[in-house]
Design a protein around this ligand. Structure first.
Ligand code: FAD
Length: 236
């Protein structure tokens, strides 16, 4: 695996903006050709006229994609409202890559657990494992609020057909064109959906409460603390 490049500040151009699902957009942003990162890492973004207002976003693209990265985000507050107004050709400032939380090739079995936009780094991890043809087992357990909020539906289908286990559950809006699993993710989901779950490493990403509760549940189920890797984003 390549080493990530040293973090630095640089100007970036918006190359494309796509609607990902109901309330999330994906932004393709230019990066220098020698910018390299590992799945799980993130960049800081600011607008050129507001250098002190910065927000972190996880790369959701494959590290093997050169010259650009992708990030996906919800419109929730002032910063993201401004992000949603960006168009192709606009300029923003990036800094990075940052983060010690990274997918590790040596984890032969890994379970990736997230809710809402916490799925972003896991798209990067899934794409990375497939692009590099790493023979590791991945299971993605993901909960979205409603069927319309499911992120990366196309990628999840590609992951499934490539042998990655994908389990999506809906926490609201059951019955509206959704016949799949409903309710929050839990240890019971892990036991039921993941083969040899007790041998796996765990990666968790999303709101603090979800990450803390799941970490405690995994530890109670006997998963050693050093096999649980998490990224907490904030209180929501
Ligand atoms: C390492 C790291 C990586 C991150 N990666 C991503 C990413 O890939 N995609 C992403 O969307 N966000 C990500 N975030 C969160 C992001 O940095 C911002 O906090 C978020 O976009 C809100 O910015 P805002 O200023 O518009 O809203 P704020 O004014 O900061 O928040 C408005 C309200 O929305 C809530 N909120 C914040 N984030 C979310 C969210 N994702 N979903 C629902 N409610 C939320 C807040 O708690 C608050 O109640 C990451 C955070 C960290 C620390």
């Amino acid at each position: 695996m390549n080493e990530p490049s040293a973090p630095r500040h640089f100007a970036s151009k918006v190359l494309a903006v796509a609607d990902e699902c109901a309330a999330v957009k994906t932004f393709k942003l230019s990066v220098p050709d020698d910018f390299s990162f590992l799945p799980g890492m993130w960049v800081m973004i600011n607008f050129p006229d507001q250098p002190k207002v910065t927000r972190a976003y996880s790369m959701s693209s494959s590290p093997l994609q050169k010259g650009s990265i992708e990030i996906s985000l919800n419109k929730v507050g002032d910063f993201t409202v401004r992000m949603f107004a960006l168009k192709s050709g606009d300029e923003i400032q990036l800094a990075g890559p940052y983060g010690k939380w990274r997918y590790r090739d040596e984890d032969r079995r890994a379970v990736l657990i997230s809710g809402g936009s916490g799925l972003t780094p896991f798209r990067s991890m899934g794409r990375y494992v497939l692009d590099r043809k790493i023979p590791n087992k991945l299971s993605i357990l993901y909960s979205a609020r409603t069927p319309a909020d499911i992120l990366y539906a196309k990628d999840l289908e590609i992951f499934k057909s490539a042998g990655i286990k994908v389990h999506v559950t809906i926490t609201r809006g059951e019955g509206q064109s959704w016949n799949g699993p409903a309710g929050r993710l839990s240890m019971e989901t892990v036991r039921k959906e993941v083969e040899r779950w007790d041998e796996a490493a765990y990666y968790l990403c999303g709101p603090k409460t979800m990450v803390s509760e799941f970490t405690a549940a995994l530890e109670s189920a006997g998963i050693a603390r050093e096999r649980i890797h998490y990224e907490k984003w904030g209180d929501y």
